[in-house]
Design a protein around this ligand. Structure first.
Ligand SMILES: NC(=O)c1ccc[n+]([C@@H]2O[C@H](COP(=O)([O-])OP(=O)(O)OC[C@H]3O[C@@H](n4cnc5c(N)ncnc54)[C@H](O)[C@@H]3O)[C@@H](O)[C@H]2O)c1
Length: 262
């Protein structure tokens, strides 16, 4: 076997939550191109079907499942459907996420807090728990990849629930990694910074775009394709000795200075 073959996901089954999203859909494309069958889970069925149709018009590699990851019943039904279709699950990517309010600390409501923490943290935990149970019961060596952000490490004004949720996702990764090590399930985390998805393109093209660009040590946002190497590393056999790792793909953003209130 050549070294490069370790990155192949041929005949593997991967589940991606938030698969209709700007970044989520790119993660699906990367996994599919590496050979995996990919299950696309999201609440937004219309965008989900559009993404699947664009990426795989033949319908041979992608399988769409409407799923609200905050609802346990939806997760159990997703597992059941995937089992019936493929009889296995090897990789889970927890990409469903919400940004929450752009609000200073005093204007964050309890509802803002709960809605961000529920999707970003609780649902990642619940998906990982149920899919791990399935992997263990079916004696599958699994890989779980959580998606954090530079804000999992770095503070940013007006983003308290989101930044707190991403720090929790990073610790969830480390803790789950230790719990699951005996079951041959590895848990790692990708922490992207500014990615050139539609949302970020609009911010960088807007009034404060230059200020934000200047705050990134590499002075640019990443193209989604720049996540391909790190994602395939964590999803494949190539990372066989890695678990509990937070892999930052952010042009240095997490490690540079923070903005303070005026
Ligand atoms: N885009 C970026 O620049 C960036 C940077 C760093 C980290 N991230 C993280 O990457 C992940 C994906 O980002 P994105 O750009 O695709 O975001 P996005 O907003 O484009 O998509 C998020 C997707 O999650 C889905 N979703 C929300 N709540 C859900 C629920 N309860 N159940 C199922 N699906 C649900 C939405 O419908 C949406 O399709 C997120 O966790 C985000 O925090 C993104």
């Amino acid at each position: 076997m050549k070294w490069i073959d370790q990155f192949s996901l041929e005949k593997q089954v991967a589940v991606v939550t938030g698969a209709a999203g700007g970044l989520g859909s790119q993660l699906v494309k990367i996994l599919m191109e590496a050979g995996a069958y990919v299950v696309l889970a999201d609440t937004d069925e219309i965008r989900l079907n559009r993404v699947a149709q664009e990426l795989d018009p033949s319908g041979l590699k992608l399988f769409v499942q409407k799923c609200d990851v905050t609802k346990e019943q939806d997760i159990l039904s997703l597992i059941d459907q995937v089992h019936q279709k493929y009889g296995k699950m090897n990789v889970l990517v927890n990409s469903a996420g919400v940004l929450g309010p752009d609000a200073a600390w005093l204007h964050v409501s309890e509802n803002d807090w709960d809605s961000v923490l529920d999707v970003n943290v609780k649902a990642s935990w619940m998906m990982a728990t149920h899919i791990s149970k399935y992997m263990i019961a079916n004696q599958l060596a699994g890989r779980i990849i959580n998606i954090s952000s530079s804000l999992g490490l770095r503070s940013q004004l007006k983003r308290i629930p989101y930044a707190t949720s991403k720090a929790a996702v990073e610790h969830l990764t480390r803790n789950l990694a230790m719990e699951l090590i005996q079951h041959n399930i590895r848990v790692n985390c990708l922490a992207p910074g500014w990615m050139n998805t539609n949302m970020v393109k609009n911010i960088l093209a807007g009034e404060e775009g230059e200020k934000w660009r200047a705050s990134i040590p590499m002075r640019r946002a990443a193209e989604p394709a720049e996540l391909a190497g790190p994602l395939l590393l964590l999803a494949s056999q190539a990372s066989s000795y890695m678990t509990g790792t937070i892999l930052r793909v952010d042009g240095g953003y997490a490690y540079c200075g923070i903005e303070l209130p005026e």
